[in-house]
Every structure is written in C-alpha cells, then in structure tokens.
Design a protein around this ligand. Structure first.
Ligand code: E4P
Length: 218
C-alpha cells in the first residue's frame, strides 16, 4: 500500500519524506487555506515547492465546479509538474471532466466519494484514483472501512485500473484497516503515520535491551 501525506504543510511533508516511506501528497482547498496559501500565483508556487520535495503523485484540487472551468483549471494544474494529479469533485460535471482529462493522459483523483455507486462512476470515467472519505463516513455513524472494502471488491471484479485511495484518515487504525481490506493508497495526516510506530512493548523491550547491554559492558 502506498502512503501519501494529507497536508499542504511543507515541514510535515519534509518530515514524512525523511522517514523514507512517503509515496505522494494530497491537498485540498481547506488544507491550502490552513497554510495561508491564497491567490493563483502563490498556489501554483506552493504546488511547485511540494513537487520539489516529493517525487511522487501530488493531488491538486480544482476550485471550478463547471465542466469548462474544471478542465481549464485541471490542464493548468497539470502543466505545473508531471507529478501533479488533478483532483476533481464527484459531481456530474466532475465525471465529464474526469473523462476528458483522462483522455488527455492527465492523472486524476476523484474526491468527495461516499458511496460505491460514485466509485463506479469515477472508475468508468477513467479516474487514476478514487478517494472515499473514511473519517467523514465514520463521523455520521456509518463504516468508512466497509465502503473501502466494497469498492476494492467491485474494482477487482471488473478489473478497473482506478486505484482506491483511502482518504479522511483520522488515526493509525484507519491505515491498518485500509491495508487489510486492500486499499491501494492511504492518505494520512503525519500524526497517523507516526502513530503506526507506537507500541508500549517496543519501548519496554528497547529499554531492557539497552539496560542489559549496559550491565554486560559495565
Ligand atoms: C484527501 O484527499 C481529502 O481531501 C482529505 O483526506 C479529507 O480529510 P478530512 O475529512 O480530515 O478533512
């Protein structure tokens, strides 16, 4: 399973990259705004900066919601760097835009996916990635992992090329469960990636190994 980091924060992207397990980045308009990145030129420069750090797929979301606007913006974003993946919302014009952009060999990530039906549409439109939002589904008392499992199953039956990108991950167990049900990618906050490291028996075991080494070498 590939690991993407779900942030526009350059320090966090560098930290995840330094860990040696980072395959890509996803951003969205909220994450860009959180970093104070506003205005077309700053936004483009920020994507360039991310692409300089990570040599993997970097999702950049369109703001337009009409077909013409999305394909114009999508093609502009794709020109920034070969690693840019154009993120398109799961709406009617978005499906058309996915089809258009994939026919131009521009990589796409269909975002705001909350059902298997939406995921089927994204795959049929040729999306490179589909992003079901696990955490937001859990928030409304449904099971986000069940949806990932259902989409992985359907895509397997029909051999769709679209990769399942588990998004809206809130904790390390979301990553583990996504891996268990066969997600191709998990996009995670840095805290969830680092959370995978944690186990009290590792800390206790290491402390004992080092203490025994000290005794043996005293
Ligand atoms: C990623 O592509 C999504 O935009 C992101 O994972 C959404 O996460 P959130 O539900 O924590 O905002």
């Amino acid at each position: 399973m590939k690991f993407f980091i779900d942030t526009a924060n350059l320090d966090q992207i560098r930290e995840a990259k330094d860990l040696g397990v980072l395959d890509g980045v996803t951003t969205n308009p909220s994450l860009m705004a959180k970093e104070g990145i506003t205005g077309k030129e700053n936004i483009i420069n920020h994507y360039k900066a991310i692409c300089e750090i990570v040599k993997g797929d970097v999702s950049a979301e369109v703001i337009a919601t009409d077909f013409e606007g999305m394909i114009t913006e999508g093609q502009e974003l794709a020109r920034i760097d070969p690693h840019i993946v154009v993120k398109i919302p799961m709406i009617k014009d978005g499906v058309k835009a996915l089809k258009f952009l994939s026919s131009k060999n521009i990589k796409t990530n269909c975002t705001l996916v909350f059902s298997a039906g939406q995921a089927i549409l994204a795959a049929k439109a040729g999306a490179t990635y589909v992003s079901p939002f696990i955490g937001r589904i859990d928030d409304v008392n449904w099971d986000g992992i069940d949806l990932i499992e259902q989409i992985v199953h359907i895509y397997g039956v029909y051999q769709y090329d679209t990769q399942v990108l588990a998004a809206s991950i809130r904790n390390p167990m979301h990553i583990v469960r996504s891996a268990e049900v066969g997600a191709d990618v998990a996009t995670c906050p840095l805290s969830s990636i680092l959370g995978l490291l944690k186990h009290p028996l590792t800390d206790i075991g290491l402390e004992k190994f080092l203490a025994d080494h000290q005794k043996g070498n005293a």
